[in-house]
Design a protein around this ligand. Sequence first.
Ligand SMILES: Cc1ncc(COP(=O)(O)O)c(C=O)c1O
Length: 374
Amino acid sequence: MKLFDVYPLFDVNIVRGKGCHVWDDKGDEYLDLYGGHAVISIGHAHPHYVEAVSRQVAALGFYSNSVINKLQQEVADRLGAISGYDDYQLFLINSGAEANENALKLASFHNGRTRLVSFAKAFHGRTSLSVEVTDNPKIIAPVNDNGHVTYLPLNDIEAMKDELAKGDVCAVIIEGIQGVGGIQLPTTEFMQALRRACDENDTVLILDEIQSGYGRSGKFFAHQYAGIRPDIITVAKGIGNGFPMGGVLISPKFEPVYGQLGTTFGGNHLACAAAIAVLDVMKAEGLVENAAKVGAFLLDELKGFSGIREVRGRGLMIGLEFENPIKELRRRLLFEQKVFTGVSGTNVLRLLPPLCLSMEEAGDFLNRLHKVLD
Ligand SMILES: Cc1ncc(COP(=O)(O)O)c(C=O)c1O
């Protein structure tokens, strides 16, 4: 059987990782400024994580959501404490798209409405509602194109207030920092106005922190820079350091209803062991603080580079916008300089390294970038 050929692939076979480095099957070492697409939060093959996941799989990998799973409560307790959302409720699933799907359903169950607001360049996943609120017609299948969504320009306070004032918007979904859209930051004024407008119009505010959350921005959640509290927050990617997992953090104003949401695999024992180990390491090693420190250093240094049109970001979520397409630059970084990076559109290089990136590794990256820009 052939693989369904939907991914344009680099000709590299990664077989091993450690911290912020990975190795291919020929033994070549690479610096990982991509984190497998913002997934590796605590670093590759962290010994505490390896030990916790190995121990759990040897004891019990999976049992169903029809019995008590104390590990789920442990994830909820630790996540509530580290994020400042102790009073919220946690629903666990397996991916980012599923997290947004459940968040949007919950909003609609809550206020009975069907209209959704999303923003230009937004990306929220590839399942039915998640893809419908994604601003990319190329990946919205006709069956998903159901007219629920109005897309507004990011940071346009008047347009947002006018749309919500119509009084029939179920939910607004917004990324803490847009990732796929090219590292676009919502302003503090916009986020605060959005919070107020949602309150005034009984609209649910959903913060998609799937890429920008879990410490990546230098705060646990990127929206915390604006000092607001959303009604629902979605997480995935870094939550399991590579183990597939997603979560929905739900404000106390939502009452759970038996059977309304559910999943076979979500919150299974192995996923929870991975998530607990991630939170252990984030706390013990101060990874949120490290992301803030190393990210600030990188942002500062990169702003001094010539040839880059704009540098945007927070913490270890950084976009470098170039005048021209960067396909060749990215290829040279990978094959000549042995550095993995991400991309947004054609002109933005995206940096999403593990949150344990050291100052030395950041400096090493800057030297290698210099070599391809000179
Ligand atoms: C902001 C955001 N939301 C949702 C998703 C979808 O997550 P997943 O691929 O785990 O379904 C992504 C993935 O890139 C994302 O960046």
